[in-house]
Design a protein around this ligand. Structure first.
Ligand code: G6P
Length: 620
């Protein structure tokens, strides 16, 4: 939520910042802003409502020179998305400019305290309170920006990643974080002497310039100066040693590669992404599964009384599929929790519980808080994340990365299938340790899992021409998605995808539950998407389809290749190859992703940046 970029060095900052904002736009795109200090020492600031391109247009005739600057793309929390509420925000004297990602929970009391000391506010944001507080500390304690920031943050309740410019100190950039991520990139100035520094909410604005980064830790404050010095302390002013890491990310992974949208690119990337995910982990010749994340913690899984999976959004859907698989393969009870609910009750957690966080970004605030709660209660924590070095990955005792590459489209696609296959690997790895499957079944599941990426490719090729079909459904105000067993979470995910990017209301339901309510909604206007592979509960799903048909609902089905019964009953059919029940979700979701994509395109929606959504939700 909200993206931050910063730069100090010998280059012109504006091109670095604007390109960085474009890369971070998936985090929020309500408004954008930039602040720079030019050679004369002027602090200039420009803001625009809407996308980063609106900001670019707004500054086309402005002075954007300067080799130090900060920038922000916003996902509104406090105050409507407009130019006034856009970041950067200024202090009273307009000497300090600050950008912020997160929420200052006690901003109201801080605001009244500052007002009582004569400070006046231009915006409705919590961020303006923060920058005013830093300046108040600077003045009342007669200290430098770094110390003032430390003092200010000691009074703050909430989450923040911030970057601050000080007009009176044009050679220093200060940043800090708690709860929201912030990365410092360490590059080389052209003369090869002093380092230059980049700041980013994630690595995407940095990778173009350097792969050497420092992940700022909780409650750390950093000061970077033009001489190439970097000082990091905690809030208590204790010096911290910066840990340099090398990024595992390449620039071409961040480009659209000829596709009109990131979402379509990411849908088509799935076979390769999943091949990378299972590489070195699934060994078909030896009939083995090796997950390094559990090797040193075997006993935790073997002796687990229970597994609790915490997640949000699409990750919650993959977690549900993981539950079915792990229970079946490893015979351990699994509970799946919305992280936002879990963290605010007083859940019973035993020391022999394993708590798994599933998160593409590894930064979702609710998921992070849920595992912190579980940690306090003594559970073993396992992370399944895509973003390497993310907060959840670092907060867990062990884990497995998806390795599906960066996901930029706000609607999650390859991360979903990556999570499902990772949870399948985990289920198999635990089953191996627990000997809970027969050898025959274990080998069969390994062989079949290895074929999933090829079967995904087949599914993509056989369902790619649905653009004109999708056009027929732009009239629809509602959709219902039905599935049973492993495909019930797929129905939820299909419905979520459609809602997110086309803004058509859609509900996912377990097919047999339809008769307990949703059947009342069925009429000739209602498209009903039914996931009906020729598997375990096929006959039952056929009966459900008959019930819809007799009420004139329009049937769009996902069927196994060669199926004729459901095909004949359907108005439109998507075909997938045969596979085992437990692996069907990774294939069945593909036509549903394509359907939502093409309906959204036909409706003229902004597929990669749907309204009100953000890719990474770092606020509650
Ligand atoms: C947001 C995104 C979703 C994502 C959810 C959880 O709502 O738009 O695509 O599923 O957050 O994110 P996570 O990064 O934890 O998987």
């Amino acid at each position: 939520m909200c993206g931050i970029v910063g730069y100090i060095g010998d280059q012109q900052a504006y091109p670095v910042l604007i390109k960085g904002l474009h890369r971070l736009e998936y985090r929020g795109y309500d408004s954008a802003g930039i602040a720079l200090i030019n050679e004369k020492g002027d602090l200039s600031c420009y803001k625009a409502k809407g996308k980063v391109s609106a900001l670019e247009a707004a500054v086309s005739d402005k002075d954007v020179t300067g080799t130090i600057g900060i920038a922000h793309t916003r996902w509104a929390t406090h105050g409507e998305p407009n130019e006034i509420n856009a970041h950067p925000h200024f202090s009273q004297s307009r000497n300090l400019a600050l950008v912020h990602n997160g929420i200052i929970e006690n901003y109201k009391s801080l605001r009244s305290m500052l007002s009582s000391h004569g400070r006046t506010f231009c915006s409705e944001t919590d961020t303006e309170v923060l920058v005013q507080l830093v300046e108040y500390m600077q003045e009342s304690h007669d200290c430098n920006l770094f110390t003032a920031t430390q003092l200010a943050l000691k009074n703050v309740v909430g989450a923040y990643a911030i970057a601050i410019l000080d007009k009176n100190n044009p050679d220093t950039l200060v940043c800090a974080r708690k709860g929201s991520p912030l990365i410092i990139g360490v590059g080389k100035n052209e003369d090869g002497k002093n380092p230059e520094f980049y700041l980013g909410s994630d690595a995407t604005p940095i990778i173009e310039y350097t792969d050497q980064v420092i992940y700022l830790q909780e409650e750390e404050i950093a000061l970077m100066n033009r001489a190439g010095d970097l000082t990091i302390t905690n809030l208590a002013n204790v010096k911290q040693t910066p840990q340099l890491s090398t990024l595992q990310l390449s620039l071409d992974q961040l480009e659209k590669g000829g596709y009109p949208h990131f979402m379509l690119k990411e849908i088509w990337e799935q076979p390769d992404a999943l091949r990378t995910c299972i590489r070195g982990r699934l060994n078909v010749s030896n009939k083995d599964v090796i997950l390094s994340g559990i090797i040193d913690h075997k006993e935790k899984f073997i002796n687990a009384r229970r597994i609790i999976i915490c997640a949000c959004g699409t990750s919650w859907h993959s977690a549900l599929i993981g539950k079915y698989f792990i229970e079946e393969a490893a015979q351990i009870p699994v509970e799946v929790e919305y992280a936002s609910e879990f963290r605010y009750r007083n859940p019973v957690i035993y020391p022999d519980d394993v708590v798994i966080a599933v998160s593409q970004s590894g930064e979702t605030a609710d998921t992070l808080a849920a595992i912190q709660l579980a940690k306090q209660k003594g559970a073993f924590l396992y992370g399944i994340c895509n973003v390497i070095g993310s907060s959840i990955a670092r907060a867990t005792d062990s884990g497995t990365y998806l390795h599906v590459g960066p996901e930029i489209g706000v609607a999650s696609t390859k991360a979903f299938t990556g999570q499902v296959i990772t949870l399948a690997l985990l289920g198999l790895a635990i089953a191996k340790e627990k000997h809970s499957l027969s050898d025959e079944m274990f080998h069969m599941l390994i062989d079949e899992l290895e074929m999933i990426p090829d079967k995904m490719q087949w599914t993509l090729e056989h369902n790619k021409d649905i653009a004109s079909f999708a056009q027929m459904f732009t009239y629809a105000k509602n959709f219902i998605y039905l599935g049973r067993g492993y495909n019930y979470p797929v129905a939820l995910e299909g419905a979520l995808k459609l809602k997110e990017i086309s803004y058509i209301h859609a509900e996912g339901y377990p097919a047999a539950e339809m008769k307990h309510g949703p059947i009342a909604l069925i009429d000739e206007e209602m498209p009903v998407v039914v996931i009906a592979p020729k598997k375990g509960m096929y006959d039952k799903i056929v009966s459900n389809i008959q019930e819809i048909k007799s009420r004139k609902g329009k049937i769009i089905s996902v069927v196994t290749e060669g199926d004729t019964v459901v095909r004949d009953m359907s108005d439109y059919c998507f075909v997938i190859p045969d596979t085992r029940d437990c692996y069907v979700p990774m294939l069945a979701v593909i036509p549903l992703q394509l359907l939502s994509y093409y309906v959204a395109v036909a409706k003229g929606r902004n597929v990669d940046q749907p309204r009100n959504l953000a890719k990474s939700v770092t606020v509650e």
